[in-house]
Design a protein around this ligand. Structure first.
Ligand SMILES: Cc1cc2nc3c(=O)[nH]c(=O)nc-3n(C[C@H](O)[C@H](O)[C@H](O)COP(=O)(O)O)c2cc1C
Length: 279
């Protein structure tokens, strides 16, 4: 088997679970957190095979994953794959990655979408998946990974139909891109707050993957000059459900009412570890 690197990003552990399960199936593969590399200007790899594992955010790739792929020098790489975890919507993530890679004469050789529990509690009627539902979803995930392993080992081209946007949604794709550009620019200004339940434990700062949260006088402050990654780790790992999303005129948030989700095996430490740089 050629040298394999799996780069992952995960707000609440679903994509981390997938990345770890894939690593078990690809002996010798290195698991590398994307966040740990973001401060570099150019990211070099000497791997023949490179994979990206990430959640779908707003129907496309998360902001830090996009940044990372733009900086990644893939010259020596001959096989590139991507695995998206999602709660259920269609998405344009692979199209977006291909658009970035195309500029360097590369493209995705294979891509796959895996359905997992939702970690987005801002919607009305949101209910976090219970263990039985998670187990069912992940049984399917592990089965899919068994086939994905073979495709990667054999360096096959494999592009899932299901992952592509239906033609009628292309306009929606453009809207999604616009939304993403706005989110990137705006960086979650006035988006989060902590309610009176906050005890100042600092867990939100610890899991904040962008470094946007700083504890000041025992309260989390979302700093305006730092761009949010929208991973929702702060929202989902707060032990007293104090972190909230503000209601917006265009979309009411239901985080005050709703429960939270994080992957049953992913601790706050597992999420925070993604920030550890190697140098
Ligand atoms: C800000 C945000 C936006 C999301 N948007 C989508 C979406 O458009 N479609 C979808 O199917 N899931 C969406 N989700 C759900 C996640 O993709 C899904 O739960 C994923 O498995 C979480 O992975 P993680 O635990 O590795 O972060 C979104 C989650 C967040 C936090």
């Amino acid at each position: 088997m050629t040298k394999v690197e799996i780069y992952y990003f995960s707000g609440t552990g679903n994509s981390l679970y997938v990345a770890k399960e894939l690593q078990k199936r690809l002996p010798e593969a290195n698991l590398i957190p994307i966040v740990s590399l973001l401060n570099k200007d150019v990211i070099e790899t000497s791997a023949d095979t490179v994979g990206f594992v990430f959640p779908i955010h707003g129907m496309t790739i998360p902001i830090p994953v996009k940044k990372f792929i733009k900086k990644l020098d893939l010259k020596p790489t001959r096989y590139i794959f991507a695995i998206a975890t999602r709660a259920g919507t269609q998405h344009i993530a692979f199209m977006e990655i291909d658009n970035i890679l195309k500029k360097r004469g590369k493209s995705l050789n294979s891509y796959f979408t895996l359905n997992m529990a939702s970690n987005d509690p801002k919607f009305k009627d949101y209910r976090p998946s219970v263990n039985e539902e998670i187990a069912k979803l992940e049984f399917e995930v592990r089965n899919r990974l068994n086939s994905i392993q073979k495709i990667i080992m054999n360096q096959e081209n494999s592009r899932e139909k299901d992952s592509e946007f239906i033609p009628a949604s292309r306009g929606l794709g453009r809207l999604v891109r616009l939304g993403m550009a706005y989110a990137e620019f705006n960086g979650a200004k006035d988006y989060f707050y902590a309610n009176s339940r906050c005890m100042g434990c600092g867990k939100c700062e610890k899991v904040c993957l962008s470094g946007k949260i700083k504890m000041i006088n025992n309260k989390p402050v979302w700093q305006e000059n730092v761009k949010c990654f929208f991973c929702y780790a702060c929202l989902n790992y707060c032990p007293v459900k104090a972190v909230q999303i503000k209601s917006k005129i265009y979309m009411k948030s239901y985080t005050e009412e709703n429960e939270r989700y994080s992957h049953p095996y992913a601790t706050a430490n597992d999420i925070a570890e993604q920030k550890q740089t190697s140098d």
